[in-house]
Ligand binder design. Structure first.
Ligand code: F6R
Length: 606
């Protein structure tokens, strides 16, 4: 949801900001822009559309500068256009601002400023910030920004340049992510560390209410009362290679192919000498009085939670429920100190998930975050955090984050089952070995993906389709359906196989693709009947099942086999060909797979 970046130092400011913007483009790609301090003036260059448009418009122009800020936008207030692109000047061009977040009281502020004679040149909420900086400027830029942000309601991470402070980059945050990168005689700001990896791995995560003043040789951080504070310096383990395509045509494909490694690393981080270890997060004392577990998340992370619920119930015999974060907040769920709530979020910044977390915490629940980003807001807000080891996920469509989240849930279920003494030693070992074998089995699917391309060729010319499954397979169907919708724009719906005939089957006509996931062994016969029901009405059947399942092969137009495993764990595998189906369909349609329309990776607005 918008990315901001900033630089101060003696490097090539324009190029450093462009690089940062390209890395952050997944956060929004409606427009981009930058402001550079040059010879005592702030120059602003901004363009609607992709960053290439900005790059093109800056070609051949001399922008020598040692300080600048940049922005890539996911439009909220005001249509995507040059005029609504950031940075936004103040009326007298003394200040320029980039912003990620939403200023909820911007209309009141705008009216007040307009009454004073300020003329606005955009429809955005952000412009009130730059105008307020002009209006409230008192010669001290730290004090001015501090007073300005006190007038804002909502969320913000901002980068500010001011003409009278030509060697200072000022930033502030409240409910939107912001990280400060520490360099050698140069310093940086960014919405997310991936923009900084090329230059530094040492960072400070700012806390809500913090304001930082960066010069080439210094970083000063202040709290909301302008008192100097120190923040812990963190070293980021991710490397630049992980954040580049490495020869793959798209990040999504690269990330799908990284799943064996990502699942393996997530497993190895938590399993030592044949035992699952979450003792840094939970012990028996923590869970002995817990009588309900909620799993709360959005989108794909929510779908991983559905598999998590299955694992916690089946393996740890714990009463659990999964809810969508934006619903959970307002659903008056019964939560008290006997409730554990697990919040799942790849980015650790999703606004609805964060708000639900704060609510659950206030009601006394034990809160656990499962996230991929070290130091993210959700990781800091929860009582305890479990990190997935997916590495940076750049493609908008989540893939490896999902499978690593699923890995965490299954390991957690085993860990809790043992703490609760509800699992035998034999079963514990058998289940652990199933999880351990998953990377190799996922690799096997990736090595044999030709049939999936045929299915994608079929899908690419369709406008509608269905994904059906029973039990665990239904949970995977929901994620598979989202994947194809978001990257290939084919409208699909996921249904519990038995439910389709209660109305929706009316939509099946000659050629409608129906993807059947059928791995639950005790339900195969029922799945075969469901296939026949839709096939009799003209459906084209693509089935994902275990390699040797002849009864399914016989009734399918395209059968995609996955390696044999205990069917309680099949969700690790059945999703992989369907991620590829979404990818290949999108690619065959010529869609920009990594940046599908209308989306942004990190949804930091409600
Ligand atoms: C879909 C996708 C989204 C995210 C959702 C939550 O491919 O990526 O549905 O899963 O926006 O994001 P996080 O996990 O960052 O909280």
């Amino acid at each position: 949801m918008c990315g901001i970046v900033g630089y101060v130092g003696h490097g090539d400011t324009k190029e450093i900001i462009l690089h940062g913007l390209k890395t952050l483009e997944y956060r929004g790609y409606d427009s981009s822009g930058m402001a550079l301090m040059s010879n005592g003036e702030i120059l602003v260059e901004k363009k609607a559309g992709r960053i290439e448009n900005l790059e093109e418009s800056m070609k051949g122009k001399n922008f020598s500068s040692e300080i600048g800020i940049g922005h890539t936008r996911w439009a909220t207030h005001g249509v995507p256009s040059d005029r609504n692109s950031h940075p936004h000047y103040s009326m007298d061009k003394s200040a320029a601002v980039v912003h990620n977040g939403i200023i909820e009281n911007y209309q009141v502020l705008r009216k007040e400023l307009e009454e004073k004679g300020y003329v606005f040149s955009s429809d955005t909420d952000t412009e009130v910030i730059s105008q307020l900086i002009q209006d409230m400027y008192n010669g001290n830029i730290l004090d001015t920004v501090s007073k300005v942000v006190k007038r804002l309601e909502g969320s913000y991470a901002i980068g500010v340049l001011h003409k009278n402070h030509p060697d200072e980059l000022i930033c502030a945050r409240e409910h939107s992510p912001l990280v400060v990168g520490i360099g050698e005689k140069e310093n940086f700001i960014a919405s997310d560390i991936s923009a900084l990896l090329k230059y530094t791995k040492d960072v400070y995560y700012l806390k809500d209410g913090d304001i930082a003043v960066l010069k080439a040789g210094s970083i000063e951080i202040f709290d909301r009362d302008e008192k100097p504070v120190t923040r812990e310096k963190k070293y980021i383990e991710w490397n630049l290679e992980q954040a580049t395509k490495c020869g793959y045509p798209h990040f999504m494909l690269k990330e799908i192919f990284e799943q064996p490694q990502a699942v393996k690393e997530t497993f190895e981080k938590r399993v030592h000498n044949g035992k699952v270890d979450f003792s840094d997060v939970l012990n028996y004392e923590d869970i002995k009085n817990i009588n309900k577990i909620y799993i709360v998340a959005c989108g794909t992370a929510y779908h991983a939670g559905l598999q998590g619920q299955f694992a916690l119930q089946k393996i740890a015999k714990l009463d659990s429920a999964t809810d969508i974060a934006s619903e959970f907040r307002y659903s008056d769920s019964f939560i008290d100190e006997k409730t554990m709530v697990i919040f799942v979020s790849q980015s650790g910044e999703t606004s609805d998930t964060l708000a639900a977390l704060k609510e659950a915490k206030a009601k006394g629940a034990l809160t656990i975050a499962v996230t991929n980003v070290v130091g993210s807001t959700i990781s800091r807000e929860a009582h305890k955090t479990i990190y997935t080891m997916a590495g940076p996920e750049i493609a908008v469509a989540s893939t490896k984050a999902y499978t690593t989240q699923v890995t965490i849930f299954y390991l957690l279920a085993l860990y809790m089952a043992e703490l609760r003494k509800v699992i035998s030693k034999e079963k514990y070992e058998e289940y652990l070995s199933e999880i351990k074998n998953m990377p190799e089995k996922i690799q096997n699917i990736l090595d044999n993906c030709e049939k999936i391309k045929t299915a994608a060729e079929y899908f690419k010319d369709r406008t509608n389709g269905f994904f059906i499954g029973r039990g665990l397979d239904y949970k995977v169907a929901i994620e598979a359906s989202l994947k194809i919708k978001e990257v290939s724009y084919v409208h699909t719906e996921a249904f519990a196989s038995g439910e389709l005939k209660h109305g929706t089957i009316a939509l099946i006509e000659e050629g409608t693709p129906v993807v059947v996931i059928a791995t639950q062994k005790n339900l195969i016969d029922k799945s075969v009947s469901n296939i026949k029901e839709v096939k009799a009405r003209g459906a084209y059947i693509i089935t994902v099942g275990f390699d040797d399942e002849e009864s399914l092969k016989n009734v399918s137009d395209n059968f995609i086999g996955i390696p044999e495993c205990n069917d309680m764990f099949s969700g690790f595998l059945s999703i992989v060909p369907l991620q590829l189906l979404a990818y290949y369909t999108s690619d065959a349609k010529g869609i920009d797979v990594d940046k599908p329309r209308n989306l942004a990776k990190s949804v930091t607005v409600e």
